[in-house]
Write a protein that binds this ligand. Structure first.
Ligand SMILES: [Zn+2]
Length: 412
């Protein structure tokens, strides 16, 4: 895979602009959809005649008013009961469904992509490979009112020899783990990203150092580390179901062959172990389908991955919806909806798939009450759609409007 990382100057150069959206891969060749346009800056706004969908409870309540001020929700209540402050602008949303903005829990943030996430209702992203200047750039985007999701980020990847990615934090000596973890924590990354080629002794030293520093780690289960050990060491999230194909004894020279031969009968036990450890999974099924199975959803490996995700969910293991957008395999924004389709195809109810993109990442990110909910005090990140996503997640595609940190964007 070639490298496609943004320069800081490019990231900072985005402020305020919006770009047209290419038709997504999930569109089935339909007409291009015009991009959302920013209509209002954050101010005092009342969205009236809304049907408010709260993912955590599954409640859908019609005839609601949502009042926002700046980038926050001030009040939510039945129409006519919420006092509008002088100067508040009211928008009748025609009874459509208003729900929290979506979270894509696995991206590689690039400046040109950022409006495209918002265009499909994604208002927060979890970036899985940090780079110099990202945290400052992300803060500037928020400050400048850019049409870009809020960004939370893991560190640059920590790996042994073999990483193909820029800014890899190369480590081969366990004795260097403490200094590396201290530096990453000091740089302000929320989590340490571990990667595939770490030596087992180095992984151990990194886990010890992270524990001592209070920095959680996530990423790929290294090839040298058994899944159960990664779970035992408190890995916070596993990306792409790495580690499971070995734990389930998949064999063969290619990922497609290994996944096609994983043990189905052992899935429940592995899923229970995952749930018991409290480790989250971000299976990124859409991008794996593209990269490992040539886009074929009916490939045996793809089918068994879905079975594993279903088993994880059935066992109570936690799931996050993520797309790996930003490496030129999946489309930013639209692939979020493809991933929700994959979660439903794995056996999740549509409401649970929606939760994997709203209330569950809010838990993962430690932002319950701030994102993933339509409630007073929460960030004014909302999506307006036709239809009921609890019945069919495709209702979320090409939302009619998005409220992004209080800014109102509409589709022409
Ligand atoms: Zn990734």
């Amino acid at each position: 895979m070639r490298s496609t990382w943004p320069a800081l100057a490019v990231l900072l150069g985005l402020a305020g602009c919006s770009t047209a959206t290419a038709p997504g891969e999930g569109d089935g060749g339909a007409q291009p959809v015009p991009a959302l346009r920013k209509v209002l800056d954050a101010g005092s706004l009342a969205l009236v005649n809304a049907s408010v969908l709260e993912p955590a409870t599954g409640a859908l309540e019609s005839g609601r008013t949502v009042l926002t001020s700046g980038d926050r929700i001030d009040a939510v209540g039945p129409d006519g009961t919420v006092a509008l402050p002088p100067g508040a602008l009211a928008i009748d949303v025609g009874g459509r469904t208003l729900l929290p903005g979506l979270v894509d829990s696995h991206v590689h943030a690039r400046s040109a992509d950022l409006p495209r996430y918002v265009d499909e209702g994604v208002t927060t992203v979890r970036n899985l490979w940090g780079f110099t200047g990202l945290l400052e750039g992300a803060a500037a985007l928020v400050r400048d009112g850019a049409v870009a999701p809020s960004i939370e980020s893991a560190s640059p990847g920590v790996d042994g020899p073999g990483s193909p990615w820029p800014q890899t934090q190369l480590i081969t000596d366990p004795g260097e783990a403490v200094a590396l973890v201290d530096r990453l924590a000091g740089e302000g990354w929320r989590w340490m990203k571990v990667y595939s080629h770490l030596d087992a002794a180095v992984f151990e030293a990194l886990a010890d150092a992270a524990d001592a520093r209070g920095l959680r780690f996530l990423g790929h289960v290294p090839f040298s580390v058994p899944l159960q050990h990664a779970l035992d060491r408190g890995m916070l999230s596993i990306e792409h179901l790495t580690g499971y194909e070995l734990a389930l004894r998949g064999t063969g020279p290619t990922p497609a062959e290994r996944w096609a031969s994983i043990s189905v009968e052992d899935m429940p036990a592995v899923a229970r172990a995952t749930a018991a450890a409290g480790t989250w999974n971000c299976p990124t099924m859409t991008v794996v389908k593209v990269l490992a199975f040539g886009g074929a959803g009916d490939a045996e490996g793809s089918r068994r991955r879905r079975m594993l995700v279903g088993a994880l969910h059935a066992a109570g293991a936690r799931l996050l919806a993520g797309t790996d957008s930003g490496i030129d395999a999946t489309q930013p924004g639209t692939s979020m909806h493809d991933e929700l389709d994959e979660l439903v195809a794995s056996g999740l109810a549509p409401l649970d798939a929606l939760r994997a993109a709203t209330s569950w990442p809010a838990e993962f990110l430690g932002r319950v009450g701030e994102i993933g909910t339509v409630a007073p005090g929460a960030r004014a990140d909302l999506v307006l759609v036709d239809g009921d996503p609890r019945q069919d997640v495709s209702a979320l595609r090409h939302p009619r409007a998005v409220l992004l940190r209080g800014m109102w964007l509409e589709r022409p």
